[in-house]
Design a protein around this ligand. Sequence first.
Ligand code: ARG
Length: 465
Amino acid sequence: MSTNQLDKKSQAWSALFSEPMSDLVKRYTASVFFDKRLWRADIQGSLAHAEMLNAQGLISAEDLASIQKGMAQITSEIEAGQFEWKLDLEDVHLNIEARLTTLVGDAGKRLHTGRSRNDQVATDVRLWLRGEVDELGVLLTELQKALVDVAEQNADTILPGFTHLQVAQPVAFGHHLLAYVEMFARDAERLVDLRKRINRLPLGSAALAGTSYPLDRERVARTLGFEAVSQNSLDAVSDRDFAIEFTSAAALLMVHISRLSEELILWMSQSFGFIDLADRFCTGSSIMPQKKNPDVPELARGKTGRVVGHLMGLITLMKGQPLAYNKDNQEDKEPLFDTVDTLKDTLRIFAEMAAGITVKPEAMERAAKKGYATATDLADYLVKKGLPFRDAHEVVAHAVKDAIAAGVDLSELSLDQLKTYNPAIEQDVFEVLSLRGSLNARNLLGGTAPAQVRAQVARHRVRLG
Ligand code: ARG
């Protein structure tokens, strides 16, 4: 090939082909307009490869220097927005390689020695995703910290806890928020774990079978910060498990975001009135002047569908593929990119939104009072007086029935009336029947007592640094 053949003929394989691609097919098969996003990883991978080729005596020191110089120039061109991405050159890899060859001549053409785009793209995606996973870890920490702060301020705030969306037992609002912190902590843990499986180097697998050049794969792995080198070339070029694992963890994270969103939306509705979100996270209505809508949590709930969709897309992408590389794999990029973008924006916005939440403790407490939230406490009280739990449960059901008929809370029944359900009931029952008494009583590890909430806040603070 002459110096610029790759660029001129526009296709790396042109010699064999007797007719050009139609514009439609070019557009259909090209990926450059989305995979150009991988340019930094592509250059990083190429530099590590070139450095190793030189160390192995496969290219000269002059060639290596030319490649490094050319790549530095390409980097500034891309950063300055002056790089001309060409659809004819199909993808990010061929675009950069062609430009390199234009800039430095034969040295550029030697770069691809012992390499295929198959192991190149697998390396690029892993390098890129590893960086994004690290950023997501930081954002997840920020969100957890924001929630822990609000939880601490609300260690004593009484919220009706629900099961079946019916008032069940009082919980601390802080305890409720820390439930989400637990979820996000597991999400962060999953990212740390799956990062290990992203962080393995496919380069050196070439097209599918490995290469006859004496490459030093361990050296490349060290240069690029990979923890290990892939052990089977067929698997290495075709494996996208790491992308599926990541998207799966992302989908689950979004499910947690979506559940939180649903609660924020409910809590902000007039029927609950438990919280208010800052105006900057809401919008009004073009027709109803009184409206303030929780758009951000609604959109996050909606975007969860999109990320779950990407997981379905990726997992289906792989199901029918024979070994080794197939062009199908080019379809892994857009779902991955969109998943990362959606997650980053969502985590950032939720950390901000959580920090700016207005809590309305009176409304929460009023709602908790309405639902006989301390009925279980009365049953537990009777158990402590010697009744078997099932009998106590039955006794309290009668008391609740009568209280509903009278339109009062259990704590508003007189001691005399309460004694009719069981003579063991004494004056101290009123402490038990109070919302705060109920809350304070659940003072065991994992329980909702304010003392426990404060202990958990302290634990999270140590963990989150
Ligand atoms: N753009 C391609 C991808 O994303 C790069 C690998 C192409 N390999 C090939 N043999 N056509 O998968």
